[in-house]
Design a protein around this ligand. Structure first.
Ligand code: SME
Length: 156
């Protein structure tokens, strides 16, 4: 068998998520594959995954990376801030973010995208990097497109 000549890159992320989610509506299965694709397609990450909004809390969902904290209260850390504010947040330096929750000490930068099904908060997509200033508006655009594909598969 020939070794693969091409690793997937950022430009592959949205088309690969679209292809992978086609025909599947299970939220957890789709989140698991998105976590794997994000982790593989975007360079310099140490964590990528979801927290699900359950009974007024964020609870750890499918992810790639090291063991993470299981519950985050609204308003706490970057994820809890996004759960409350419902807008994507890019944090260039997590050590300068008041209340940042350090699950993996290697994390230096973070982007968190809310997962909204209409008005309903489903959870957040959290992506961490060991490199400060790692996340750009084009990462934000791609990850928001990924979340839009996920939400489009949710049946009412
Ligand atoms: N750093 C996040 C917590 C989740 S972990 O990074 C996986 C935060 O401040 O919300």
């Amino acid at each position: 068998m020939q070794a693969p000549t091409h690793r997937i890159g950022p430009e592959d992320l949205v088309p690969m998520v679209a292809a992978t989610l086609a025909g599947e509506t299970d939220l957890i299965a789709n989140m698991a594959n998105i976590a794997a694709l994000v982790f593989e397609a975007l360079p310099d990450l140490n964590w990528a995954g979801f927290y699900l909004w359950k009974d007024g809390m964020l609870v750890l969902g499918p992810f790639q990376g090291r063991v993470a904290c299981t519950r985050i209260a609204p308003g706490r850390g970057v994820c809890g801030t996004v759960a409350r504010g419902r807008r994507t947040q890019i944090v260039p330096d997590v050590h300068a973010f008041p209340g940042h929750i350090a699950c993996d000490a290697a994390s230096a930068a973070e982007i968190v995208v809310p997962v909204l099904h209409g008005e309903r908060l489903v959870g957040v997509l959290d992506v961490d990097s060991p490199c400060r200033n790692r996340f750009t508006p084009s990462d934000q655009h791609r990850l928001e497109q990924v979340v839009a594909l996920l939400v489009a598969r949710i049946t009412p």
